[in-house]
Structures are given as C-alpha cells and as structure tokens.
Design a binder for this molecule. Structure first.
Ligand code: F6R
Length: 608
C-alpha cells in the first residue's frame, strides 16, 4: 500500500502535495517524492525515509516552483526503500513522470520487453515499466499514450501521470486500487483517499475500475475504458479528517480486518502466473528441496500461530516434518538444526528481537533460511537466504490481522509450490489447489459478509472474565490466534485448548455460564469437537460455535453460531480467523478498550 496525490491549479503545487502526503503517511512511509511541472519542465525530488526528509530537502516545497504536480509516499514492495526506488519515476527523455499505488503483476515480462527496446531502468520497482510504456506509446496524444500503456498492465494500479508537453494537465487511471478526484475552484486534485483532500474540498468523484480522468485547473473529464467521456456523480464528504484516515472506520484494526481480501490478493495474485505459482524470492530446485529433512518455523505471537496453522498444510502436502518453535524459546535451546533444515522465519515487522536472535542461531548451525516478512528491507528480510514479502501494506493497529492472514497465504503458496516441485502433486491436483488459493480473497470477503451478527454476540459475551477457545487440528491452531486477539485487545483472559485435552484437566474450570468458543470448521474432526461441545454444555457452558455454513448438526448443540463459507481445509485457517478477529474487536469495543493501542503492547518488539 502506498499513497498518491496530485494537484493542478494556480498556486505552487509542491507545498500542497507535501501536506497531502503527510496525511497519507499512514499508507506507507519508507520513502517519498514529488514531481512538479513548471513551464514545460518536470522537476523531481525524492528521498528515502519519512516525508519530513522530503520537506527538508525541498524547503517545504518552496524550492520547486510550478502549478501542477504529483506525489507519492511509499511502502516498499518491489525493491528496497531507497532514493532510486522512491516514486515518482521518470521516462528516459524526462517528458513523463508517474506515481503508482498497487502492484503490476506482469512487470517482469514488460521490463524485459522495454529493456530490449533500449529503455534504461533506474529502479527495481514494478512501477517504472509504466512510465517507459507511456513514453513508448506517446505520439503527441498524452491521454492516448496513458490508455495504451495501461492496456498492457496486469494487476492493480492507481496512477497519476504528468507530461512536460501538456502543462497543467494530469492523467489518472484506476484498476483495483483506490483513487479519488477532488473538485476545487480553479484547481483540482487527486488522492488515494479523502484524507489528503478534505483540507481543500469536500466535493469528490470516485473513479471506478478501468476508468481514466484528465485533470486541469478548470476541468475534470472522466473516461471509461474505451476512451468515451462519461458523467460521474459528485459526492460530498462528510467524514472528519480523523475518520477519513481510517477509511471511515472507527479504528485502524477494523480497517485492516476489512482490508484482508485485498491484502491477501496482493500476496497471492502476483505470484500466480498462468496457473503456475512463481515465487519471486525462493528458487530451490527439486534436488535442493529433497535434501531438506525437516522444516522449522520460528516466530513470536500471532506470527508463531500462523506457523502453527501452516504446519498441518505443509506436512500434508510436502511430507516433511514441521517443527514450530517460539523464537524466544528456540534462541536459548540446543536445537537439532543443520544444513538439511529449512528454517522459515515469520515476521510482520521483520524487526522482532527474539525472532532475529533465533534466526541467527539457526543460521550459525547451517540452516537454510526463508523469511516471510511484510516490511521490505527489514533486518529479518536482509538476514535470510530467501525472502518472500507478504505485501500487506502498513499495519498500524498493534494487534495484527492482515499480517497474520497474508503470512498464511504466502506459506500456502510456498507449500503448494514446493510439493509440486518435489513431485508430490499431480498436475491436476496442483491445478485444483492453485484454483482454491486463488479463491481465498473471495472466501475472506464472504466470511466478512457473514459477520453481521457479531456486534450483538459481543454485547452478549463481553462482560465475562474468561473465555475458552477450543478446536482440533487446524481449528486448534486458529483457536490459539483467536484467543490471543481476544486477550490483547479486550483484556479478557482467553485460553485456547485442544478440544481433546479438556478431559485432561481443563474441564474442571467449566461452570454455569462459562463462555466456550468452539471451532468446528475442519470437516475431518468437526464431529469430535461437537462431542466436546456436548460435554461442556452438560456442565453449563455457553457455547458460541464457529462452523461451516451448511453444518446443521451444530445448531442442536451450540447456543450461538457464526458461519464461514466452505473452504479447502488446507487453506481454511486464513478464512476461519476472520470472525474471531471481529469478535475480539467488538468485545473490546463493548468494553471501552483502546483498540488500536492496547495497554502494555508495542507494534514492533525490538527488545528481548
Ligand atoms: C499480536 C501481534 C504480535 C506479533 C508479534 C510478532 O496481534 O501482533 O503477537 O505477531 O509481536 O511480531 P512480528 O510479526 O512483527 O515479528
């Protein structure tokens, strides 16, 4: 996720762009840049680090005069957060400049094509192909060049393009990334979201997928994908600036929960090319994979629980034993790890101190390392032999949500790909699994749509002092994460238990009214868990069950039921967690907790 802004009018653009970028900084903050057109010349300024660095470099925009411009604040995906990779990107001839939010999935093929035609690349980004395409297609008609360039792109984009030969004009385009146009008086704007606009105007147009627009100081013309001019309704923004930053949601956590279909799509789609999984940072051959005797997954907190859930899928598909270890334990253990161990390190931030220490210890013992990390260029990403980024965009809420589901998604990609490489999957089975993976974003969206009753359920369950989360197999792994979510944001003691273990002690704690959240989604073991529901019900528990839609039997046992859509059991955890995130969120809200900043917790734990 990145933020883009644009302005064209009769005032100096740069200070307005910088103010807008500050408002979008929550969307990404590892580098930033602006490009301003002045009397037919485009001047570029970009720098790694926060927007404050760009303000300093440009004297708050005062040393870049010009009345139209585009700006970008970056959250690195393709290429480290360096000055060269920061946007805007310029064409070789200096006539065009582009800012982009999204991911161009076919950028490698386009890059090769453009390179062969003599276009010189200055960055490692996917975005740079766009500006070279515009230059290649330009023959005097700016809009036509952008439309032709865009017709070559696969993936998601919100774009703003400047052309030195068209002073005061900006072309924007959108596909699967947000883009809003702000209507001023004698000036017009665009932005990734309304936060950057509300200081200037509350009248906006929302572009839809496949649409383009041409902005000048006096007009905005919107075009459909065929190039025909269309009319769009003008909307009035009523949100406060604070609400706008959170996309209109009350908390970043809720916004990030809702973003999961898009985040998981970003993690998956670019790595699925023509029905094949292509892992950018991981290229072990069948021979190398067959030498691996065991996989150790290490991480902390939710990332550790993502590993717990993925263990089942990896063992089933890759037939390699998987040992999931808490990094804080592994670092002081005497682990049986050697050159034949693949260590998978999971971390949203890439900076968790215990995870780094465990990783270093395992590397010292000869393990091969694969990092699955969100923050590009972070310590863990740099330490690893292979890195796969989760491309979830910045996560602001302390409690991770999209961090967890995107880690799982990348782990699923890894194991389907590795199982195929090792010869454990027929072409047909491989194709079925790839198709199921491709459906994950849609399934997550369906799970979100099925959460309508959760606020009422939260109102019913919020005043309890403790909750049990039970399940078996993958349901148990999800229960661990569900209980952590509940604990950390609602401050209710929540304990996850393997349902089959209840009889070995914990059932002694089940009394009249004790809430038990029973996860019954895994078809292979759901019936067994239903027996455990009967046992706790007999002792007076109130049972809130989570089950697949269509499971009628459960209604005879549970007091309340939340459904999720049917999903391939191998990939179910990434969908099943969604209602539990929502439950924790609404329980915390009922209890008046500081949801985005729970007490005693920090987003990145860089000390032991
Ligand atoms: C829980 C949570 C933490 C993190 C853990 C690891 O919601 O966010 O448990 O998962 O601190 O952090 P990363 O993934 O940054 O290594």
């Amino acid at each position: 996720m990145c933020g883009i802004v644009g302005f064209t009018g009769k005032q100096n653009a740069a200070p307005i762009l910088l103010e807008g970028l500050k408002k979008l900084e929550y969307r990404g903050y590892d580098s930033a840049g602006i490009a301003v057109e002045n009397s037919g010349v485009i001047t570029l300024s970009k720098v790694s680090g926060r927007i404050a660095n760009l303000c300093e470099k440009t004297d708050n925009g005062n040393n870049i005069p010009g009345y139209s411009g585009i700006g970008h604040t970056r959250w690195a995906t393709h290429g480290a957060p360096t000055d060269a990779n920061a946007h805007p990107h310029m064409s070789c001839d200096g006539r065009f400049s582009v800012v982009h939010n999204g991911i161009i999935e076919n950028y490698m093929a386009l890059r090769e094509e453009l390179h062969a035609k003599g276009y010189a690349f200055k960055s490692e980004t996917d975005t740079e192909v766009i500006v070279h395409l515009v230059e290649m297609y330009y023959s005097g008609d700016f809009r036509e060049a952008v439309m032709k360039a865009v017709s070559r792109l696969e993936g998601s984009y919100a774009l703003g393009v400047l052309c030195s030969e068209c002073p005061g004009k900006i072309i924007v385009a959108r596909e699967a990334s947000p883009l809003i146009l702000g209507i001023g008086v004698g000036e017009n704007y665009f932005s990734s979201d309304v936060t950057a606009l509300v200081a200037h105007t509350r009248n906006v147009l929302y572009l839809d997928d496949g649409e383009f627009a041409e902005l000048t100081s006096e007009s905005i013309t919107v075009y459909d994908c065929t190039g025909a001019a269309i009319q769009k309704p003008i909307n009035r923004i009523t949100w406060s600036v604070e609400a706008a930053e959170k996309g209109g949601y009350e908390h970043f956590m809720l916004k990030e929960i809702m973003e999961q279909p898009r985040a998981v799509k970003a993690a998956l789609a670019a790595r699925m090319q023509e029905n094949q999984i292509v892992l950018d940072g991981f290229d072990l051959s069948a021979k190398q994979l067959s030498r691996i005797r065991k996989i150790v997954i290490t991480a902390c907190g939710s990332a550790y629980y993502a590993g717990c859930a993925a263990k089942y899928t990896i063992e089933k598909l890759c037939k390699i034993p998987v040992d999931v270890q808490l990094a804080s334990e592994l670092r002081y253990a005497d682990p049986q790890i050697d050159r034949r161990t693949l260590l998978i390190v999971l971390s949203q931030s890439g900076e968790t101190a215990d995870t780094i220490a465990a990783m270093k210890e395992c590397k010292r013992r000869g393990a091969q390392t694969l990092a699955i990390v969100n923050v590009v260029g972070s310590t863990i990403a740099k330490l690893a032999d292979h890195t796969l980024y989760t491309w979830a965009g910045p996560e602001i809420a302390v409690a991770t949500t999209k961090g967890y589901t995107t880690q799982l998604s990348v782990l699923y990609l890894f194991c389907v790909s590795a199982a195929k490489t090792m010869g454990y999957l027929s072409d047909e089975d491989y194709q079925t699994l790839v198709d199921h993976l491709r459906e994950l974003p849609k399934k997550i969206q369906q799970a979100l749509d099925m959460c309508a009753a959760i606020p009422q359920l939260a109102a019913k369950y919020h005043s309890n002092h403790s909750m049990f989360f039970i399940g078996r197999n993958t349901d148990y792994a999800v229960a661990l994460e569900g209980a952590l979510k509940m604990k950390e944001i609602s401050y209710i003691h929540a304990e996850a238990y393997a349902a089959g273990e209840l009889k070995h002690g914990t059932i002694a704690l089940i009394d009249e009214g004790q809430p038990v959240i029973a996860l019954c989604c895994n078809r292979d073991v759901a019936e067994k868990t239903m027996n455990n529901i009967v046992e706790v019900k007999a002792r007076g528990a109130q049972v809130l069950a989570l089950s697949l839609s269509g499971n009628r039997a459960i209604s005879a046992h549970a007091d309340d039921i939340i459904h999720i859509p049917p999903v391939d059991p191998l990939f179910q955890a990434a969908v099943e967690i969604v209602p539990l995130q929502m439950l924790a969120y609404y329980v915390a809200k009922e209890n008046g907790c500081d949801i985005d900043k729970p007490k005693n917790l920090a987003k990145s734990v860089t000390v032991e």
